[in-house]
Design a protein around this ligand. Structure first.
Ligand code: HEC
Ligand code: HEC
Length: 366
């Protein structure tokens, strides 16, 4: 086995600023699964009306989000949550705004079967439509072994998860500045913004930055007050609906009932302290993923910063007063969190979709 690549300041190092070792070994078997997963990810046939793929909502041109407040799935059906980026999701310890899924593999089946997303009737319909394609039949059997049952739900989700695990995007100007020691990688305004972010403004207590890498999320759930006005009056009714819903149907309830969606982490834990709590989102590539927050209620990055400054003051019980210049410094800093891997795909004229799968020769070591 080859040695792990060092976290160096070399240009175009996708891992700069991220842990070198995610939860998987990037060997030939993984690359083969990822290539198959990529095909599934972009395949609109895997939907009830042949028009929606994962990439409809997780669009490469929008840093794997969709530019909408709330996701829109099959036949224009609107969901209840804002579509998060999938860049660097391999590093997350739970998935969805309320953390209701703990592994990429068990998450991947949800959108395919969700009646507001890809809208397939059941797993039978999914597997049939894959089996109809000779190209898929051969790809599944080469990737997962020759047996005719290689087209299974488990293997579909393994392939999708393997693809998602290749969506690694570090190497932003911030990473080159902090981890690559390139003192000129960020503008002076962004450097001031960075010092505020991890200093007086206290942002990095949740959007974490450590000495070796920065995920910009603590993986925890917090109440930032987003959507709370909506919730306050109808809270009890929504909590009752949750209590009466079998666990297997919660996913659909969350995507169809905006009150229930607004309860956040509570729906998973049933702990009243978790009402209105949402997982801290990563801020990597955040300049490309407007609108913001779990319900997409905030349209610009500067407004999101203002909102967070206000809530940071409430949390710390001491109002946080920042001058307009300081706020724009924080904005300049967040702008420097855009990775080349994510932004190269964001220009409409760009045709380098294939770059989405990381180089298969890359080894992430032991
Ligand atoms: C109709 C739009 C839509 C489609 C289609 C869709 N997603 Fe999503 N995706 C979302 C939304 C909205 C969320 C957040 C849902 C929530 O938090 O409740 C999400 C969340 C996720 C997450 C969790 C990310 C995180 O950081 O928590 C993953 C992973 C994901 N989707 C993968 C996929 C895959 C794989 C497919 C295709 C099989 C897919 N999505 C299809 C809208 C969509
Ligand atoms: C107590 C933890 C915590 C602190 C401190 C914090 N945030 Fe957040 N941040 C969150 C959570 C949780 C969300 C998502 C809230 C929601 O959607 O309901 C969020 C959302 C955001 C978003 C929107 C991201 C997106 O993709 O929608 C931005 C931008 C942001 N925070 C910036 C900041 C800045 C700047 C600071 C410092 C002034 C800060 N945050 C301090 C927890 C925190």
């Amino acid at each position: 086995m080859s040695a792990a690549p060092a976290l160096s300041g070399a240009p175009n190092d996708r891992y700069l600023g991220l842990p070198t070792q995610p939860h998987f070994e990037m060997d030939a078997a993984h690359s083969s699964r990822a290539a198959l997963g990529k095909r599934l990810f972009f395949d609109k046939h895997l939907s009830g009306n042949g028009e929606i793929s994962c990439a409809t909502c997780h669009a490469p041109t929008r840093a794997l989000s969709d530019g909408r407040s709330l996701a829109v799935g099959i036949n224009g059906k609107r969901g209840t949550r804002n579509t998060p980026t999938l860049w660097d999701s391999a590093y997350m310890s739970s998935f969805f705004w309320d953390g209701r899924s703990v592994a990429l593999t068990n998450q991947a089946i949800n959108p395919l079967l969700n009646p507001r997303e890809q809208g397939l009737r059941n797993t039978g319909q999914l597997l049939d439509s894959i089996r109809r394609s000779p190209a898929y039949r051969s790809a599944f059997s080469t990737t997962f072994g020759g047996a005719s049952d290689s087209i299974s739900v488990r293997n579909v989700t393994r392939a999708l998860a393997a693809y998602e695990e290749t969506l690694v995007a570090g190497d932003s100007p911030f990473d080159r500045y902090l981890y690559g020691h390139e003192t000129h990688a960020m503008s002076a305004a962004a450097i001031r913004g960075f010092e505020l972010f991890r200093g007086r403004a206290g942002c990095s207590s949740c959007h974490t930055i450590n000495s070796r890498y920065a995920l910009f999320t603590d993986g925890e759930f917090h109440d930032e007050g987003v959507g709370f006005g909506l919730l306050a009056t109808k809270l009890a009714m929504a909590a009752v609906r949750v209590a009466h819903t079998p666990a297997g149907e919660l996913d659909q309830l969350i995507t169809s009932d905006s009150m229930v969606a607004a309860l956040g982490r509570f729906v998973q834990t049933k702990d009243p302290h978790d009402i209105g709590k949402f997982r801290t989102p990563t801020l990597r590539n955040v300049a490309l993923t407007a609108p913001y927050m779990h319900d997409g209620s905030i349209s610009t990055l500067l407004q999101a910063i203002d909102f967070e400054i206000y809530y940071q003051g409430l949390h710390s019980k001491r109002p946080l007063i920042l001058t307009p210049n300081e706020r724009s410094d924080i904005l300049a800093f967040l702008d420097e969190l855009t990775s080349p891997a994510a932004s190269n795909l964001s220009s409409p004229s760009n045709t380098q979709r294939s770059q989405l799968v990381g180089s298969s020769s890359r080894r992430t070591g032991t």
